[in-house]
Design a protein around this ligand. Structure first.
Ligand code: BGC
Length: 246
């Protein structure tokens, strides 16, 4: 079945129509910069603009970079704080007049990787970590997701919060070399590896395509692999989740 997936990020809002059996885009991706400040009214207007671009009528899956419970945002690390407590799902549903499901961005990316990418068929504990503006996480055991794990917000022994230390945004903002940043990612990953003893860690986010530049600095017990769906994972996972509404 073809469904529309939309990925709301700190810097861009992206959408594509997805073949949910194959986990593949059937259209080009369409992207609009995330309005700044990223407040509920303008962000959801932008989502509606993407829906209009595809002339979409039908179920719609959407990611959001925050704790999402029953469509309501319960945090706002990389979007405006005014999102906290907002029923993002109902707001998008109203503006687009389409049945909508909204879920955490890393959870959506994780679902896509488990179904169509690097986690296919993996039953042991698998952790997907997306390195981008923040660090997102999704944990699966026997293929079942534990939602809203927020591992980007764990604190390291140096007192730093994981995503403030090792997200890809920090690499570019502080112009860190791949080696310097890779060592930071290593410190963060070793902590996660120690706490959860996963069988597999999948690294997602845009920077997963450059994994050759920093994987050599990461020494964990888990098998470490780059995401296969790269930055398409959020859109594909969101569209797959919308199957429940179709
Ligand atoms: C947010 C998470 C999100 C991650 C990636 C973090 O700052 O708290 O909800 O999954 O960024 O966007």
């Amino acid at each position: 079945m073809e469904l529309l997936g939309i990925d709301i990020g700190g810097s861009g809002i992206k959408g594509a129509i997805v073949d949910t059996e194959k986990g593949k885009f059937t259209t080009e991706r369409y992207r609009i910069d995330t309005p700044q400040p990223a407040i509920p009214e303008t962000v959801t207007d932008t989502v509606a603009e993407i829906v209009r671009h595809f002339n979409w009528k039908g179920a719609l899956g959407c990611t959001f970079p925050a704790i999402m419970k029953d469509g309501i945002a319960h945090s706002a690390a990389n979007v405006d704080d005014s999102f906290i407590g907002v029923d993002v799902q109902s707001l998008i549903q109203r503006k687009t007049e389409n049945p909508t499901i909204v879920m955490n961005d890393a959870d959506a990316a994780g679902i896509a990787e488990m179904h169509f990418g690097a986690g296919r068929g993996k039953l042991g504990t698998t952790i997907i970590l997306t390195l981008g503006t923040g660090i997102g996480s999704a944990i699966f055991r026997q293929g079942i997701l534990v939602p809203n794990t927020e591992l980007g917000h764990v604190y390291l022994s140096n007192g730093k919060e994981g995503e403030g230390y090792a997200a890809d945004r920090i690499r570019s903002e502080q112009q860190l070399s791949w080696k310097k940043w890779g060592k930071r990612v290593n410190r963060y990953m070793q902590h996660i590896d120690f706490i959860f003893s996963p069988a597999l860690i999948i690294i997602g986010g845009g920077v997963s395509k450059q994994h050759e530049k920093y994987f050599e600095y990461i020494k964990v017990n888990a098998t470490l692999v780059p995401a296969q769906l790269r930055n398409q994972a959020g859109i594909i996972g969101a569209a797959a989740a919308a199957l429940a509404l179709a």
